[in-house]
Design a protein around this ligand. Sequence first.
Ligand SMILES: [Fe+2]
Length: 589
Amino acid sequence: MTQPFGVSRRRFLKSVALGAGAVSVPAALTGCFGDDDDDDRDLTVFVFGHGVASGDPLADAVIIWTRVTPDNANGTEAKVAWVVARDEAMTDVVASGTEYTDATRDFTVKVDVTGLQPGTTYYYQFAGKDSAASPVGRTKTLPAGAVDRVTMAVCSCSNYPAGFFNVYNAMATADADVVLHLGDYIYEYGSNEYPNPDAQGRQPEPVQEILTLEQYRARYAQYRSDVDLQAVHQSKPFICVWDDHELANDTYKDGAQNHSDDEGDFIARRDAAHQAYHEWLPIRTGADRGKIYRSFDFGNLLSLHMADTRMLARDKPLSYGDYADSQGNIDIAGFSAALADSSRTLLGAEQQQQLLGDMIDSTATWQVLGQQVLMGRIMIPVELLAALGEIQAMLEAGVDASAKQAEVAQLLGELATLKATDPTNPRLTSVAPYNLDAWDGYFPAREEVLRRAQLLNKNLVVLAGDTHNAWASELYVADDSGNVLRDQGSVGVEFATSSVTSPGFETYVGFGDNVQLQAGFEGAVTSLVDDLKFLNAKSRGFMLVEFTQQKAQCQWLFVDTIASKAFNLNTAKTLVTRPGKGQRKLADA
Ligand SMILES: [Fe+2]
């Protein structure tokens, strides 16, 4: 339908210059305001300084978002008109309305637009009574019924001070129905904490580590002032989950590595972080802001299950340090018992039951698990683990680690050679999890998911972020002793994305821009880790994942720099997997 308002007098609003240019206000939006709207409480003059966004699409609904930049001299509330149309000129209007917003929600506006058609592209726009119109956003509802193809752009770890958001810029024009953001959308650190922003002059705002609601809001406002982030939000609907840095580094259910008692009550900080997240992200907010796990159906092709492995129910991660004596010898028995403790959880009982129930109920070809941390087994020789731990300790202490880094490069080469010549050598068979913060630190929790997927004969594709590096693994079940049962076949695969900007192995392992050392590192690690089929340890980028009834294909796309606004985008790797028992492996496209 068009012009749905039936208002007798329409007033055309002023166009204002916003970003790239003047935005004209469609007649449909001006019609949202009548003369009786001259209410003193209204902020009648404002701009939309943080762009527009959409998210959590369903077959018949989508969230649309904007934020009013308030002018407190003129009142305390803003009345915002919104309109959804089939065309970019905003003439074929299908839904419209008005919303009030105020300081209690940081002047953000979120509307759950319903009554839409499946698999359809829509355009949306906001306006104030006597002020600007927002840019026009584009979004798309989920498909229904028989579906041939779905594409997703998948990203995580966008640290503003680390560099320019060139990856977002590239994602804005990527051929994708939807963007999946797997978390670390913001980082909580203060200036010069992580990483040093001097190179790009992108100092965080506020300058200190964020702890309060006002500070979390200010941090989101800074990120959303970035034109590349605005562009990707404007171009596609997002489906988001948070990771740890939306609150604090290495968060778990009742604490975080980067939270100390002198920073105040952890739960109050968490609730503030949750509130700001729900205000600023186009996510469908339920009664409990802490519960963001939810599933999306893309017709008969795939079901997407978005999980929270981080804040809701995660038990405190294990630490090798807690099992080491003063000489650094690890209590292997004690550590192994803790690792096998099935009471330690990542998802929590309620979320796990919901996830598994949704997987049982879904008859779609693909079951896609969108979540934060690596599920693939990254078990590495213990001597390598110890050496990497030494590097980390040296870097944290601000000590020159270059000699140790060179030692590790040599050790990796030695171990990779041994793997080819003497694979049962005890130096190779004595392994431990590389990252206890990932599913590797929660063995029984991982088995719950993998064994159920195997039992249900589902085609599982796990999507992960968090590490700042790109990975692809095959996923196999293990027995209760942790022995991997590869002869039972792969249950599914994992595609893990690099970061938008956050630094990865290149700074930690120390190969920097040395391409040969990088290739040596990646080659050695993929040969040492049995289920790992691809690793990129250096580049910033995103994944373009395409699902059809015949295959799921992942392309890793990388930008060549985040140090300048000019960049090139390259496809570094493409892997495919196919549905059906015995087919769920990784192969080159
Ligand atoms: Fe991150």
